[in-house]
Design a binder for this molecule. Structure first.
Ligand code: IPM
Ligand code: MG
Length: 356
């Protein structure tokens, strides 16, 4: 088969890691008889430099016309003084919304080979964990009414959290369907003891849960969830939550794996087209030094093959290549540990390619 993939390399280490991922996709395509056509588009700070805005219309059009999109990372200190709605990060929200990507899947699992990299004690992570955070991505406070007004103490700024039953149901269904293919557990995270939008979230999830009697369902307040993630991460399978709570909890979940440079993510909507990106940021401090870890981007490519193109064997061959390289003791700087061999971004990519 032939697939058209848009590459949004972005800023900082984005270009290096996306090139690694594209090379791995190409090699996988050769092995299995697929052709991947890559088109590059601007997003984030580099787009501001070239065109004055972080998300040029041409980028949106190309993404919408392609079979899937692979993104590196956006942002950096160079663009910190841009006004709020012209910041590189705004392009991320814009592309998610333009592509209708309301589901964000953020897996956080502990690689056995990297267990010592986790900041949590062995007594806590000893039995490992494999969590899938299902984050709502195009609603909530990220997209609600906002502005400035006169308040009790003078001028104030406000942002609004709002969720409709439709939005909650569609993300809830994804969470339950995802759990059906995993360990059959869903934990819905909200703040229903305070927020009205969370009470609607919770009652809607309860209604949905009735359609999935096989799935073990529970609710958890977000403050407790933040605590439970470091107390006993092994208790979780699928966590489903709102845009902002998901943003926060997914950073926490990735950190306890000890290897944020390893974690991929998928953003999906109604069709098969998705946007795949590493969870880590643009790391401008190490851009161009060769220190970047390409694995999260490479694994994002694997997620694309599986979730957008239905190419499960191909995805597995990439994941197995990564496992092999780690088990052979090769590491980039961010996941380095004693008795392992340090590789730069390009060398790590070569090792992975050798194992495809
Ligand atoms: C993420 C990021 C983005 C978000 C920012 C950069 C807009 O933190 O993808 O988690 O908050 O969604
Ligand atoms: Mg985030």
């Amino acid at each position: 088969m032939e697939y058209n993939i848009t590459l949004l390399k972005g800023d900082g280490i984005g270009p290096e890691i996306v090139e690694s991922a594209a090379a791995v996709l190409e090699k996988t395509g050769e092995k299995f008889g697929h052709k991947f056509n890559f088109t590059n588009c601007l997003i984030g700070g580099c787009a501001i430099d070239e065109t004055g805005i972080p998300l040029p219309p041409e980028t949106v059009e190309t993404c919408l016309a392609s079979d899937s999109v692979l993104l590196g990372a956006v942002g950096g200190p160079k663009w910190d003084d841009q006004p709020g709605d012209n910041r590189p990060e705004k392009a991320l929200l814009g592309i998610r919304s333009a592509m209708g990507l309301y589901t964000n899947l953020r897996p956080a699992k502990l690689y056995p080979a990297l267990r010592s990299a986790s900041p949590l004690k062995d007594s806590i992570v000893g039995r490992g964990f494999d969590i899938m955070i299902v984050r709502e991505l195009t609603g909530g406070i990220y997209f609600g009414d906002r502005g400035y007004r006169q308040g009790k103490f003078g001028r104030e700024a406000f942002d609004t959290e709002a969720y409709s039953v439709t939005e909650i149901e569609r993300i809830g269904k994804i969470a339950f369907d995802t759990a059906m293919k995993r360990s059959m557990k869903v934990c819905s995270v909200d703040k229903a003891n305070v927020l009205e939008s969370s009470r609607l979230w919770r009652s809607t999830m309860h209604r949905l849960a009735e359609n999935y009697p096989q799935v073990e369902y529970r609710d958890m307040f977000v403050d407790n969830a933040a605590m439970q993630l470091v107390r006993d991460p092994g208790q979780f399978d699928v966590i489903v939550t709102s845009n902002m709570f998901g943003d926060i909890l997914s950073d926490e979940a990735s950190q306890i794996t000890g290897s944020i440079g390893m974690l991929a993510s998928a953003s999906l909507g109604e069709g098969s087209r998705g946007l795949y990106e590493p969870i880590h940021g643009s790391a401008p401090d190490i851009a161009g030094t060769g220190k970047a870890n390409p694995i999260a981007a490479v694994l994002s490519g694997a997620m694309m093959l599986r979730l957008s193109f239905g190419l499960g064997d191909e995805a597995e061959s990439i994941e197995q290549a990564v496992d092999k390289v780690l088990n052979d003791g090769f590491r980039t700087a961010d996941i380095m540990s004693e008795n392992c061999k340090a590789l730069n971004c390009m060398e790590m990519t070569e090792r992975i390619l050798d194992n495809i």
